[in-house]
Ligand binder design. Sequence first.
Ligand SMILES: Cc1ncc(COP(=O)(O)O)c(C=O)c1O
Length: 488
Amino acid sequence: MRIPIERDGERSLWQQIEMHLRQSILTGNLAPGTRLPASRELAKDLNISRTTVENAYATLEADGLVMRHVGRGTYVLDPGTRIPPLGGRSQEGWPRWQQDLLPTARHLAHETIASSARRHPAPIALTGFGDPRRFPVKDFYRAIKEVMDRDGTAALDLGDLRGYAPLRATTAHILASQGLSVSPDSVLITSGSQQALALVIQILLSRGDTVLVESPTYDLALEFFRIYGLKVVSCPTDAWGMQVESLESVLQQQQPKLIYTMPNFQNPTGVSLSLARRHELLALSERYNIPILEDDFVGDLRYEGSAFPALKALDSNGQVIHMGTFSKMLMPGLRVGFLIADGPMYNRLVELKRVSDLATSSLIQRSLEAYITVGRYQAHLRRSCQVYRRRRDAMLNALDRSLPGARVIPPHGGLFMWVTLPEAISSRALLPFAIAEGVDYAPGGRFFTDRAEGEGYLRLNFATQTPENIEEGVRRLGTAIQHYRLLK
Ligand SMILES: Cc1ncc(COP(=O)(O)O)c(C=O)c1O
């Protein structure tokens, strides 16, 4: 095997070998199942020590890109279905019930990308959600302290199953300020909106049922649907969100049990559903008796234009279940989200929440409520909108300069920019080049049911980095494209 190495290069020898093999695996030049040369053989070929090769192989194995069988050699794994590290055991070393799980025990692609990105001396991740440097650490610390002093043991008890009553009232109050009038009794506090999604799915759908989503859509919703054994049908999107006009025949033929949609600043495209389409979607949902799960994960992060009413606000017939979160506006580690639902659905949700995790942390709910009530939340939100707007503009300018030929629909809010790559560039194959340059992004494939559909796209997060880093990150992306074109 010929691996180009520079003996006095910037990176150590094992890193160069590891990077070369990683790129070959991720670009498909080394196909799954390929046997890599034995470490002794490769060391001799390259005139280096065997330990150097062993280090490179061990790192690839830790990232799930190769599997090593003692006595049989090192094999390339399918990067799409990476098997997690096996704790030093060969596949056959596990009990049979564990072996049955191996084909479905995937690595999350994101974890692998992040861990690779860390290897660049100063990587810039255009991934993730909000900017951790903007977390209101001191104010939240004060809020926790206040709550502990004020509530004592009550703050550490389980509390109301539906969520801390004042926080439910405050949530209703925030929603009212966005034109959505709900009673605190319709609010259920959840452990992040990811739990809200899981609860709704488990109540309304069974294995084999069909859920309708936008295409592309939130990757971890797709992952959840896959793990839960659902059939996913999708409706294409354009600059005004889901193409609702083409939906009726799909509803008739596929009979989904639920429509999952993000009407505001959708993940990953950043587009919002037009008002006319909101009305039409509701009408279809009523006509075919299909509930809608409205995921408003960043509705408050608006940088221009005025908001359309939430689907829930237009819904006079009770078709819509609404979910939201404090993760994106504040801090994802709080794990506080909420559902708005009524009637039997609300009762079923509470029941399932109880058996799922008993309750969302009372201390965190109380602290969040204290933090919001003194007005710190609104101030933080206003400031975040100013900061993120500047970052969005910086990214649009940087894309113009460094990625000629790429197309993007400028988002009016949220966190993401959806980039259509120039010509026939595959975002999956480009990723190792980008990582080598020190920039990370989310390749488009993971947001589609058929990954191949997403090859020509990538998602950038403009909220996590400073304008200077955005400028540099996009410049690196441009360089990665140049290298990709030379080598492909
Ligand atoms: C569209 C969307 N919905 C829901 C979630 C879940 O967020 P959380 O559980 O932190 O509220 C995410 C997280 O990234 C998301 O992107």
